[in-house]
Design a protein around this ligand. Structure first.
Ligand code: ATP
Ligand code: MG
Length: 294
């Protein structure tokens, strides 16, 4: 289990789009990471944890084979590798960053009337397995060309008629004169662990790290909202509060008709929400950030 039996190993992308957010998650979960002389590892100072820094494509294999106990990787990478023999690294929690969508795009002006339009076409992609499954499900026969990067230039180079590429904002497609026509897969960063893990002396540490990641992920965007409200408006106010289950209601000294309402809102609290609360009779409304949650 792990590269060291007495240390937990977490595999993270070394450079690239997930690298900074993955390290940030470690930090917010209370792990103090320290660069070591060895570029392959970072050491966590306050826990027996090593961070293994690798290419994202290697993370599912390292976790499946137990070289790393946990890993952070895009759902798209897991999906692309899922056909390999035996059970692979198992996604256990979405982490709320690294959002992107695998899309099929065609040159602007090229007509497109559904997947049949791809019959007999060449499609360039860095996700051939995911794309071939998508096409097979729709009974489309196309020629899939695998490229490691710069997929979006393939049509201009006359290498392909269409592309299947990861898109976050769409700016890259637009800059290359391409138009998205199909959504193949929605992705974000996920925490993975090995399937069928044997009992492990660091099992408890692994579970506690997972708990903390859940807490960090849940508290991002969540807010603590406090206000005074007329008792008669409680139902209305609870319905306005975004993603709050059961607010805490306490009496206000010297006021029989008023109460204090405290609630954790799981979703963003916008100015419009505050205006609606005020219109419902709330006053002294405060919105506070939440630092930690468990
Ligand atoms: P590595 O050198 O580690 O192999 P890479 O070039 O394969 O890196 P990156 O471009 O750093 O990978 O992307 C890593 C992951 O970030 C992707 O697999 C995907 O899950 C996610 N991602 C988020 N937004 C985008 C985007 N706009 N384009 C590509 N990937 C994105
Ligand atoms: Mg990669």
């Amino acid at each position: 289990m792990g590269a060291h039996p007495d240390r937990l190993t977490i595999a993270l992308q070394k450079n690239g789009r997930l690298a900074a957010s993955s390290l940030e998650l470690m930090r917010e979960a209370g792990l103090q990471t320290m660069k070591s002389a060895n570029d392959l590892f970072y050491r966590v100072e306050n826990y027996p944890i090593d961070i293994l820094r690798v290419r994202d494509d290697d993370i599912p294999t390292l976790v499946r084979d137990g070289v790393a106990d946990l890993g952070i990787v895009g759902r798209n990478v897991l999906a692309e590798q899922q056909d390999r023999a035996g059970p692979g690294a198992e996604p256990i929690m979405a982490l709320g960053f690294g959002h992107c969508v695998l899309k099929i795009a065609v040159p602007e002006g090229q007509p497109y009337e559904g997947p049949v339009a791809l019959n007999g076409k060449r499609i360039a992609t860095s996700h051939p397995n995911v794309l071939m499954r998508f096409l097979a499900e729709r009974k489309v026969e196309a020629d899939v060309v695998t490229m490691q990067g710069a997929v979006e230039v393939a049509p201009r180079l006359k290498l392909a008629h269409a592309v299947c590429d990861l898109v976050a904002t769409g700016a890259t497609l637009e800059a290359n004169g391409l138009r998205a026509v199909e959504t193949v897969l929605e992705s974000e960063a996920v925490l993975v662990r090995a399937p069928h893990q044997p009992p492990h002396q660091l099992e408890q540490l692994a579970r506690s790290i997972e708990q903390r990641f859940r807490g960090v992920t849940a508290s991002r965007g969540a807010k603590y909202v406090m206000m005074n409200a007329p008792k008669s408006a409680l139902d209305r106010i609870t319905r306005i509060l975004p993603g709050a289950a059961a607010p805490t209601v306490t009496p206000l000294a010297g006021r029989d008709d008023m109460v204090a309402v405290h609630a954790v809102c799981q979703e963003s609290v916008f100015w419009e929400t505050l205006e609606r609360l005020k219109a419902a009779g709330a006053s002294a409304i405060l919105v506070l950030p939440i630092e930690k949650m468990m």
